[in-house]
Design a protein around this ligand. Sequence first.
Ligand code: FEO
Length: 393
Amino acid sequence: MKQLKPNVHFAGAIDWDRRLFDELIPLPDGTTYNAYLIRGSEKTALLDAVDPTKAEVLIDNLVRLGVDKLDYLVAHHGEQDHSGVIGDVLVLYPDAKVVTNPKCKEMLMSHLHVEEDRFITVADGESLSLGDKTLRFIYTPWVHWPETMSTWLVEDKILFTCDFFGSHLASSELFVSDEAQVYESAKRYFAEIMMPFRKPILNNLEKIKDLDIEMIAPSHGPVYNRPQFIIDAYRDWAGEEVKNEVVVAYVSMHGSTRRMVDHLVDALSDRGIVVRQFNLTGVDIGKLAISLVDAATLVLASPTMLVGPHPNAAYAAILANALRPKTRYAAIIGSYGWAGKLVDQLVGMLGNLKVELLEPVVVKGMPTDENFEALDELADKILQKHKEAGIIA
Ligand code: FEO
């Protein structure tokens, strides 16, 4: 069995085949549900469980690790991919107590019907001794639910963070071996799961900054044995700084919007702006979300379907609105056949974004030279805004 340090083992499950999370989020590289077994000289604790689909793997791992008696099951988070098997573990180990915070306790009772007498609740900063190993609990709320917390294993200097710092990456390796690969997976995870909570993330980073961390062990993806790598990445992603990048998300039915997009993308590129272009027909929304982590500007491009945006463009707008990237500027371009409310409806879907809306460009039928000039002016405006914001010199 894989071991982080003496008497600290990986007990979780690798899900090589999962391709969708929450019936929404693409998982091109699968994922893992990490549980960790910590044996102290007096007590034994399991940190988190696994997704219900992998219950047998967890139980088998506990048997293989020779766990006859389990004293504590630490629940960092109430979501079922980590908590869904708690009931099975409690049946297997009738004396085990679930150690968690009051908010998570309430969730586990309501979501999973865990009996109240099975809990021990802990306060922020409280410690629990396993003998020669000490667990210290650190509340790290909103990564990504309100009850989330982490555990600091004092003697071994390992921070167990559950979803915080996680990556959706199935790997047989316990530790990160290819930082470039994990960076991409962790950024996808951040974009899809963590991005709406950038402020609490910065607070949590502040909270752990004085710990002398040797390893960060999340609940998805490999363990970081060079933790500064992922801490620095989170500071960058969650921070306020945006890059000289424009995300152009578009859909076109008969080619008018496509021609506008082609022209605008060229115009932006000519002005030295990096463009990330996504055709919303069959897009990997994870890649779109990743691009929104850094981009200063979002351009949504859509034809008019009946009186409103194409549903694919509406989907992208709703997704961006939910993920709340730090994007500063947004513009809508597109086309229509006879009339419509394309711009009004899309703007109404972006209410969560703290963006300055730039002048839209909406054309009737095929774009004309005059329309292309309007797109050049939009590119000029985006360049000007990026300069004014100090994003480019
Ligand atoms: Fe991995 Fe929020 O659960």
